[in-house]
Design a protein around this ligand. Structure first.
Ligand SMILES: Cc1ncc(COP(=O)(O)O)c(C=O)c1O
Length: 405
């Protein structure tokens, strides 16, 4: 049973729906669990900023020995803002504008290249990165039904290209090397992650033998899953850590690379909730419950048909089937379809679970919907960590002569 942990604490905020609320202790507990599963090696999690780019959250993670995996200029600035800089940033992006590389270089970040052409441009226009890696996309990997077919992936470089890439970097004067790949997404099967990690380790060993490179780190990516459905099992992170340890001992005898991960969802996903109010109930061919949040607040159900569990503040049971919808002019603006919930009425508060990652951050302004506020509960108090967007914010970027008549 999924439970919302701070029902009493949010009562005073209920006039402000829709809003996000995060559980600080839960986030840090997940980080610690991940870190302790890799106790046997020199390990670092680089949190995927894109998942929850909220400075308060980045800061508490940084204070707990977590680096930042940044993919854009703004994410680099966010990391700098909370004083996480230097090699505590891993910059991994594709189709990257040079000014973003420049910012990453100025911050002293580890640079992860996604194409050989970028290596040339970077060295010519910016400088020699102190430490760099390449993102690898093997022809075949496991669980591609979830992450997508590698042959259609815009990310990463095939084996022959990475060999060329590392050769090129050596020639150009790069001295310290890492290796990067991300082959799973929201995966709850330890064995699947292990098998993909073996592809990565085997490749690192092969390149090391061919080019005589001692890799300083291997970033095995993010994508560790969380149980979105009540019946989903949790990823057994200790089991996974042990399986990867065995692989590590098999492949790395002459040199001992650090292990990095860049999870987002595993750290914050289960510890965020979207709180929304029932505005209206409509009977049509089915029963629609309209809430004051929409796909603009959380696009995962509309975009990926992702399941998000919903509970109702102060009500239990499964008495009636509803489609839970927002008010966007799009028919995929639905948080749930044919979901059994307690009998609902206007004013009821719905809690949409597991939205701590790729939730608020994927929000948008379609139909002029304004972005919602974010709060965090630290065990004692609720703090606002991002205010809601206002009409003034929305209109502040508009230009174009005498538009106000
Ligand atoms: C390169 C890269 N790293 C890390 C992540 C984080 O994924 P997750 O939040 O599923 O761990 C993503 C997700 O989009 C990604 O594309």
């Amino acid at each position: 049973m999924k439970k919302f942990p701070f029902e009493k604490e949010i009562i005073r905020l209920l006039d402000n729906t829709p809003f996000y609320i995060y559980d600080e202790k839960g986030i840090l507990k997940s980080l610690k669990k991940l870190q302790s599963a890799f106790f046997w090696c020199d390990f670092k999690e680089y949190f995927a900023v894109k998942a929850t780019p909220t400075p308060y959250i980045l800061k508490i993670l940084g204070k707990n020995n977590c680096g930042m995996d940044c993919s854009s200029l703004v994410e680099l600035y966010l990391s700098e803002m909370v004083n996480i800089i230097g090699e505590n940033i891993l910059f991994t992006s594709n189709n990257t504008p040079l000014k973003e590389y420049k910012k990453a270089y100025d911050l002293g970040a580890i640079i992860n290249f996604d194409d050989i052409g970028h290596i040339n441009k970077f060295v010519k226009k910016i400088g020699i990165p102190k430490i760099a890696s390449i993102r690898y996309i093997p022809k075949e990997s496991y669980g591609t039904d979830i992450i997508g077919d590698p042959l259609n992936s815009k990310f990463g470089m095939p084996f022959d290209n990475i060999i060329e890439g590392y050769k090129k970097m050596k020639e150009l004067g790069v001295k310290r090397f890492g290796f990067h790949s991300m082959l799973v997404s929201n995966t709850l099967e330890e064995d699947l992650i292990e098998k993909n990690t073996e592809i990565i380790f085997r490749t690192v060993k092969r390149i090391s033998d061919i080019l005589n490179i001692e890799f300083e780190f291997i970033d095995i990516g993010g994508g560790f899953g969380i149980p979105y459905k009540p019946e989903d099992k949790e990823l057994d992170i200790d089991k996974l850590g042990n399986e990867i340890r065995e692989l590590y001992e098999k492949y790395f005898i002459e040199f001992k690379p650090k292990i990095f991960t860049e999870n987002g969802r595993y750290i914050t996903g289960s510890h965020g909730y979207l709180i929304t109010k029932v505005l209206h109930i409509k009977e049509s061919y089915k029963t629609y419950v309209g809430v004051d949040a929409s796909m603009a607040n959380l696009m995962r159900p509309g975009m990926y048909k992702a399941y998000h569990h919903i509970t109702v503040l102060g009500k239990e049971g499964k008495n009636k089937k509803y489609d839970v919808v927002g008010s966007l002019c799009e028919n995929n603006d639905k948080f749930a379809i044919d979901r059994e919930l307690p009998e609902l009425e206007e004013g009821d508060i719905l809690i949409i679970h597991d939205v701590g990652a790729h939730g608020h951050s994927m929000g948008f302004n379609y139909n002029g919907k304004l972005r919602s506020a974010e709060y965090i509960y630290d065990g004692k108090d609720i703090k606002m960590i991002r205010r809601a967007q206002t009409l003034d914010d929305y209109f502040s970027t508009i230009q174009g002569g005498d538009i106000y008549v």
